[in-house]
Design a protein. Structure first.
Length: 77
């Protein structure tokens, strides 16, 4: 029996056919999951990785804005 790490619902899959890296999804909460271990079976939320990537992208945008402000200040001198 495998439980969703996000909502603790039971995920109906054949544990013997799982391989590390296999994608799964929770029927209850819709979470995107990935198999990180097969003995014992452990799942990790793929949604967490997406959030990290978005944060990295947001940081990049903030840096660009800072550079643009500095350039505008230099032009005004």
């Amino acid at each position: 029996m495998i439980n969703c790490p996000a909502c603790d619902a039971v995920i109906d899959v054949d544990e013997d056919e799982l391989d590390e890296g296999d994608p799964l999804s929770c029927d209850e909460c819709g979470a995107s999951l990935r198999v990180v271990s097969v003995d014992p079976v452990e799942l990790e939320s793929d949604d967490d990785d997406d959030d990290d990537e978005d944060e990295d992208f947001d940081d990049f945008d903030e840096d660009d804005e800072d550079e643009e402000e500095e350039e505008e200040e230099e032009e005004n001198w």
